[in-house]
Design a protein around this ligand. Structure first.
Ligand code: TRP
Length: 478
C-alpha cells in the first residue's frame, strides 16, 4: 500500500548527493573517527576501516537506496511493499524508526556541545581560559566531577537549541528544507575543512600525523579494534536504520543507484581522513596525546587552539564546521521518524516533525544531564549487563544509548537490509533495479555476493564481540 500523495523528490541528482553526503558526514567523521583512530594506533586501523567501508558499507548503502528508490516509501512502507503480506520483514522498518529516536536523542547532545564550543570560540572565551579550565567544560558524566552538575543546564540549553534548528529545517520538507540546507551547509563545510587542512599542513606536526594515520604501526591494533572499525562503517555511512532508504525514496526510479552510492561513500571517507589530517597535526604540534578518546576534539583540541596564533579564528572555523556536519546528519535522523508518520499515518509534515522532534528532545534530557549508572539503580545495571556491558564501565545514560544503537540496533538493521535484498527481493527485479541508469552494471555480481556472505559474517562477528564471546580477543595484540 503506497501513499498516493506526492511525497516530494530531490530537485536533481546533485541535490540527493549533497543531502545523502550531509547525512553521512557528521560527528562520526570529525569527532569519533579521529579519536578511535587515535585509540587504535592509526595505520592498520585506517586500512581495515577502508576495507570495511568498501566490502560492507558500500553494498549496504546501495541496498538501502535500492529499497527506497524501488518502493518510493519510507522504511516500514518499503518493506511492506516489497514483501508478502504479513511477512516479518516489516520489523526491520520498525527497528529503523526506533533507532532514529535513540540515536538522535544523544547525537543532539554532542551536537549541542559543538554549538556551545562554536559559541565559546566566536565570543573569544577560549582565548581567555587556561587549559585546566577547559576540561571541566566537557562534562564527561563522571559523578565525582563537580563540573557535571554545573554544566547540566548548559548542556540542556544547547541540546534544546540544536533540536530546535533541526526541527525548523525538517518542517520545510524535502526540497524546501532538507535539500535546501544541504546545498548551503555542505559547501561551507568543504570550504572550512580545506582551509583548516591548509593551516594544519603548515604546523610541524603534519609529517608526524601523516605517518600516524597512514603508516603501518602494528603495536596497538587488536581484533576488537577491527570490529570497532566495522561497527563504525555503519554509523559513519548512516546505515542500518533506513536513513538511506528514506532519502532513496525521494529519488526517481531511474536515477543511478551505483554512482550515487559510490560518490557518497567516497566523500564520507575522504572527509573522515581529512578530519584526521586537520586534527592530528595540531594535536602533535602542541604536544597533546592522540589517544585521548572522546575528549580529543572537546578537550585536547581547544587547548591546542588556545596556544595557536589567531587560535580563536581557527577554533571558530572548526566548531562551526562540526556544528554544520552534525546538523545535516541530525536532519536525516529526524526525517526517518517524520517520514514514517507522514507515509504510514497520513500526518501532515508539520505535525509529524513537531511531535517526533519533541519526543526526541525529551528522550535526550537524561543524556544531556548525563547521569552515571548509579542514578538508574541496580535494575539498569543488570539490563546493561545482559547486553554485554562490563560492570563498572562507568556507563551512563548517554553511553548506554550510543552502545545500544551502534553495537546492536544498527548492525541488526543492516543485517536485515542485506539479507532482505540478497535473499528475498525477486532476482530479476533486483538486477534490473541495480542496472537502471548506471554504467556500472557489471558490479552486480560483486554486490550480491558481498550482501549474501560478507555482510552477514561481519555483522555476526560484531554481535559476538558485543556480548563478550570474543572477549579473549581484547588480550591479543597483533
Ligand atoms: N552518519 C552520521 C555521522 O557520521 C550519523 C548518522 C546520521 C547516522 N544518520 C544516521 C547514523 C543514520 C546511523 C544511521 O555522524
Amino acid at each position: 500500500m503506497m501513499s498516493t500523495i506526492d511525497r516530494g523528490h530531490w530537485s536533481s541528482k546533485l541535490g540527493f548527493i549533497l543531502a545523502a553526503a550531509g547525512s553521512a558526514v557528521g560527528l562520526g567523521n570529525i569527532w569519533k573517527f579521529p579519536y578511535i583512530t587515535g585509540e587504535n594506533g592509526g595505520g592498520w586501523f585506517v586500512l581495515i576501516y577502508l576495507i570495511c567501508i568498501a566490502c560492507v558499507g558500500l553494498p549496504i548503502m546501495t541496498a538501502e537506496i535500492f529499497i527506497g528508490r524501488t518502493a518510493q516509501s519510507s522504511p516500514v512502507g518499503a518493506f511492506r511493499a516489497l514483501s508478502r503480506p504479513g511477512s516479518p520483514w516489516i520489523g526491520v522498518g520498525w527497528l529503523g524508526v526506533a533507532t532514529a529516536f535513540v540515536i538522535l536523542s544523544y547525537y543532539s547532545v554532542v551536537a549541542g556541545w559543538a554549538m556551545h564550543y562554536a559559541w565559546l570560540s566566536i565570543s573569544g572565551a577560549f582565548a581567555r581560559i587556561s587549559p585546566d579550565q577547559i576540561a571541566p567544560i566537557f562534562a564527561t558524566g563522571d559523578l565525582s566531577d563537580p563540573g557535571l552538575y554545573e554544566n547540566a543546564p548548559l548542556n540542556l540549553l544547547w541540546h534544546i537549541l540544536f533540536m530546535g534548528l533541526t526541527i525548523a529545517i525538517v518542517i520545510g520538507g524535502i526540497r524546501g528544507g532538507v535539500e535546501r540546507w544541504a546545498r548551503i551547509l555542505m559547501p561551507v563545510l568543504f570550504l572550512f575543512l580545506l582551509v583548516l587542512l591548509g593551516r594544519a599542513m603548515t604546523t610541524e606536526g603534519f609529517a608526524g600525523a601523516l605517518d600516524f594515520v597512514f603508516g603501518p604501526h602494528s603495536d596497538k591494533l587488536t581484533p576488537a579494534g577491527v570490529l570497532e572499525a566495522l561497527g563504525h562503517a555503519f554509523f559513519t555511512l548512516s546505515l542500518g536504520m533506513g536513513a538511506m532508504i528514506t532519502y532513496g525514496s525521494y529519488l526517481k526510479s531511474d536515477d543511478d543507484l551505483v554512482t550515487t552510492s559510490i560518490t557518497v561513500s567516497v566523500l564520507d571517507t575522504i572527509i573522515a581522513l581529512v578530519a584526521c589530517m586537520v586534527l592530528f597535526p595540531i594535536i602533535f604540534a602542541y604536544g597533546m596525546e592522540p589517544s585521548a578518546g572522546p575528549g580529543l576534539v572537546f578537550v585536547s583540541l581547544p587547548i591546542a587552539f588556545a596556544q595557536m596564533p589567531a587560535g580563536s579564528f581557527w577554533a571558530t572555523l572548526f566548531f562551526v564546521l562540526l556544528t554544520f556536519a552534525a546538523l545535516t546528519s541530525a536532519i536525516s535522523l529526524l526525517e526517518v521518524a517524520v517520514s514514517y508518520f507522514i507515509d504510514e499515518k497520513g500526518w501532515k509534515r508539520s505535525r509529524a516533525t513537531l511531535l517526533c522532534g519533541g519526543v526526541i528532545l525529551v528522550l535526550g534530557i537524561p543524556s544531556a544531564l548525563s547521569g552515571g549508572t548509579e542514578l538508574f539503580g541496580a535494575g539498569f545495571q543488570s539490563a546493561t549487563g545482559a547486553l554485554g556491558i562490563k560492570e563498572g564501565a562507568g556507563l551512563n545514560w548517554f553511553d548506554f544509548f550510543d552502545y545500544l544503537a551502534s553495537n546492536w540496533m544498527l548492525p541488526l538493521g543492516g543485517l536485515g537490509i542485506a539479507l532482505f535484498v540478497a535473499w528475498r527481493v525477486g532476482g530479476e527485479a533486483r538486477e534490473q533495479g541495480f542496472r537502471a541508469g548506471t554504467q556500472y552494471g557489471r558490479l552486480y555480481w560483486a554486490w550480491i555476493h558481498l550482501l549474501r556472505y560478507v555482510v552477514p559474517i561481519g555483522v555476526v562477528l560484531v554481535f559476538l564481540n558485543a556480548i563478550g564471546l570474543l572477549g579473549i580477543l581484547d588480550e591479543i595484540a597483533w
